[in-house]
Design a protein around this ligand. Structure first.
Ligand SMILES: Cc1ncc(COP(=O)(O)O)c(C=O)c1O
Length: 388
């Protein structure tokens, strides 16, 4: 029996090393990794630049308290602000802490204006915002909240893509609308641009903040730094995590100065959030992602991947129902049993991960090459063929 708490249906495979798109298992097998820690290793496994920087920093300084000025943190915050809508950043350690802070900010923002009842957050069915109590009850997934009551109050939920219900749900007590531009865990569903624009308009009309959860879809995954940049909309608060650390635990909440003005020393904190070691990795990730042409290349390779997957769908219309997603956040909605399909892919040395609505998620690193995409498509074809 394992000494680890039983909260994951773990596969038996374990790995000894990783390089780029590939993972090497302890039993000698080599896998093409299109999970990448669930969209975490944005630059693939053991990227040489990250190795160099983390080695260098590990010999200088790992951790000091946020009671002191942390220059690596200042630098990462400035770079994030320079390249995005944000004026201010708060560093955390994970996605759920970042979404939790987003909720806190929305509440505190209106509280500081004397609007003490304006504290509710409207969310969407099928969303995922993490596993802290507030994030759980924000998403309100019956499977995730069972047994974890009492309920955290302050959330109103509406169906996906139902603007009329959304309009009704937004009242004078609403502080924010929180949505993932692409529902990752929820089935790789892209929220259409006009919906994001409509939500922004509604927020402006009702004096409500817009929180766009980019924990999974952000940091270059869609070929722009943020997925919402495809829509032209400017949010108020954006939680991020995963890709910004490319495997090192970093979370962050980006916000406008208007929002940031409600917080004062002592109103939030995190012991580990933004320590020098983590920040040096975050900066190293941005060195690569902000390199000229990097995101253009993500767009180019994703276009190729989507084209190949659409071909696969037309070749196997009884297996693949739909190709979903944007950039390198891709989902195949299949007609067959998802668990069996993923097992067959894994038996053929392609690692993928499930999402809701019987979707198989494909999350290559942003550095993926055409050759690895072709390799993945060949394995997908081979597995689709077994259903003939
Ligand atoms: C959209 C979204 N928000 C929040 C989270 C929570 O992030 P973490 O697991 O780092 O706490 C996730 C994780 O999958 C996510 O996809």
């Amino acid at each position: 029996m394992s000494s680890i708490l039983n909260t994951y249906a773990r596969k038996k495979i374990s790995f000894r090393k990783g390089k780029g798109c590939y993972l090497y298992a302890n039993d000698g097998k080599k896998y093409l990794d299109f999970v990448q820690g669930i969209a975490v290793n944005s630059l693939g496994h053991c990227h040489s630049h990250l190795i160099k920087i983390i080695n260098k920093q590990s010999k200088k300084l790992w951790h000091v308290s946020n009671a002191f000025t942390i220059l690596e943190q200042e630098k990462l915050a400035q770079r994030l602000c320079k390249h995005t809508f944000a004026d201010v950043v708060a560093f955390q350690n994970s996605g759920t802490e970042a979404t939790e802070l987003a909720i806190k900010l929305a509440r505190k923002y209106f509280y500081s204006q004397g609007k003490k009842n304006k504290n509710k957050v409207v969310t969407f069915q099928g969303a995922f915002h993490g596993r802290t109590l507030a994030a759980l009850f924000a998403a309100n997934n019956p499977k995730h909240i069972e047994g974890f009551g009492p309920k955290v109050n302050g959330f109103d939920q509406v169906p996906f893509a139902d603007h009329e219900s959304l309009k009704k749900a937004v009242t004078d007590d609403t502080a924010a609308i929180m949505v993932e531009p692409i529902f990752g865990e929820g089935g790789v569903k892209v929220v259409p641009d006009y919906c994001i624009k409509g939500i922004r308009e509604l927020c402006d009309e009702k004096d409500v903040l817009l929180i766009l959860d980019e924990v999974q879809c952000g940091v270059g995954r869609t070929g722009k730094f943020f997925a919402f940049e495809h829509t032209g909309v400017i949010p108020d608060i954006v939680p991020i995590a995963k890709g910004i650390g490319s495997g090192f635990p970093i979370g962050a909440c980006l916000m406008t100065k208007k929002v940031a003005s409600c917080m004062t020393p002592g109103s939030h904190g995190s012991t580990f959030g933004g320590n020098p070691l983590a920040m040096s990795v975050g900066n190293a990730v941005l060195d690569i992602i902000f390199k000229k042409g990097f995101l253009k290349n993500v767009q180019k390779i994703s276009k190729y991947f989507h084209k190949e997957l659409h071909k696969l769908q037309s070749e196997y219309p009884k297996v693949v129902k739909e190709v979903r997603g944007a950039g390198l956040l891709v989902g195949l909605k299949i007609f067959k049993d998802q668990t069996e399909f993923i097992k067959k892919l894994s038996d053929n040395k392609l690692l993928t991960v499930k999402a809701s609505e019987n979707v198989v998620r494909l999350l290559p690193p942003l550095t993926v090459k055409k050759q690895s995409i072709n390799e993945a498509v060949t394995i997908l074809k081979k597995v689709c063929k077994t259903y003939r």
